[in-house]
Design a protein around this ligand. Structure first.
Ligand SMILES: CC(C)(COP(=O)(O)OP(=O)(O)OC[C@H]1O[C@@H](n2cnc3c(N)ncnc32)[C@H](O)[C@@H]1OP(=O)(O)O)[C@@H](O)C(=O)NCCC(=O)NCCS
Length: 298
């Protein structure tokens, strides 16, 4: 069993003085504000970064962070769990001092070493998260979409209402320790921000009496070059089960056909209706992850 010589929070500057270029590079990629490093002799075997989440922090009026962990340079399972728990504890201490309320981390669901290490440091499971993807040329039919149109600015209040009422499976909604009013506000703000420039395209379902659903598409880099994400979709409860969700999805696929190579979408594993709809439209499961939260204080 390797000896853990040092576990501590280090600053970016301090890491910058060390010959650990790889650590520095990965921290920059993560935009980490601080990192905990576990040392084994001179070499770091595990490190982690915490990033402040501005969107959530503003909505809840409390500090939210996201954690990321490096690969582990130790093989033994117990050692791996120990490293994860040690860096997470070190970051917890730092986050407590910063007045953080909620820290969040997402990782592949089969990484039991991460799950156990994080649990030892106080983190708790909140959701299964599934990401689907599709080659943008697939899933496109020559269909017409008479009841789907681009959004107009006067739609925004209705779309925010649909989002608040419909989107109830997020990691905020799934954690009973998080204020449900704030959780609802995140969905409304997401739609509002999307319409006001964050998204590339927003389509609404409208059968003549105003919007009853929407889908949001956004461009993202991604490892495959030209990539887009189906960012959010919802249909009002009274209009569901009539094919509008599928039409909205297919209209977005048609929009991105030829514009990007690949489209992804993520949802919670418990959202069976959304999962079935994405699969019907040609999406296939890409990866399965879990999200954990650590709540500090009350
Ligand atoms: C997911 C969601 C957008 C689907 O919208 P929808 O308009 O109900 O979707 P569809 O009508 O295309 O499909 C829903 C069901 O109705 C069925 N259906 C579609 N057209 C139908 C018709 N004409 N007659 C009977 N059933 C029909 C579909 O087969 C499907 O059945 P299933 O759930 O058993 O697989 C909607 O349920 C929703 O807004 N949920 C809450 C928000 C949410 O979870 N969004 C995803 C976040 S990632």
């Amino acid at each position: 069993m390797a000896k853990l010589l040092d576990v501590r929070v280090v600053s970016r500057e301090e890491i910058g003085c060390c010959p650990w270029q790889e650590v520095l590079d990965s921290m920059e990629k993560w935009q980490a504000v601080m990192a905990a490093v576990t040392l084994q002799g001179e070499e770091p075997v595990c490190w982690a970064g915490a990033t402040f989440l501005g969107f959530e922090t503003e909505i809840f009026g409390r500090q939210f962070t996201k954690l990321q962990l490096s690969d582990l340079r130790v093989q033994h399972y117990t050692e791996r769990v120990g490293c994860v728990s040690a860096v997470a504890e070190a970051l917890n201490e730092w986050q407590r001092m910063q007045g953080v309320f909620c820290a969040y981390i997402r990782f592949p669901e089969d990484r039991l070493d991460l799950a156990h290490g994080l649990e030892q440091a106080g983190y708790r499971f909140v959701e299964n998260y599934l990401t689907f993807s599709l080659d943008s040329k697939e899933g496109v039919s020559e269909q017409q979409y008479p009841d789907i149109r681009p959004y107009i600015p006067s739609d925004i209040p209705v779309l925010e209402h649909i989002a608040t009422e419909s989107l109830l499976t997020s990691r905020f909604h799934s954690d009973p320790r998080i204020d449900p009013i704030g959780a609802a506000k995140t969905r409304a703000a997401w739609v509002g921000n999307s319409c006001q420039g964050r998204a590339e395209v927003v389509f609404v379902a409208d059968q003549g009496k105003g919007p009853v659903g929407f889908v949001i598409g956004r461009r993202c880099g991604g490892p495959f070059g030209r990539e887009a994400v189906l960012d959010l979709i919802a249909v009002s409860a009274h209009a569901r089960g009539a094919g509008l969700g599928q039409k909205l999805t297919r209209r977005l696929l048609e929009y991105y056909s030829g514009r990007v190579d690949r489209i992804t979408v993520g949802t919670q594993g418990k959202n069976g209706r959304a999962v079935r709809m994405y699969q019907r439209c040609g999406f296939v499961l890409d990866r399965a992850e879990v999200s954990f939260h650590m709540i500090f204080g009350k």
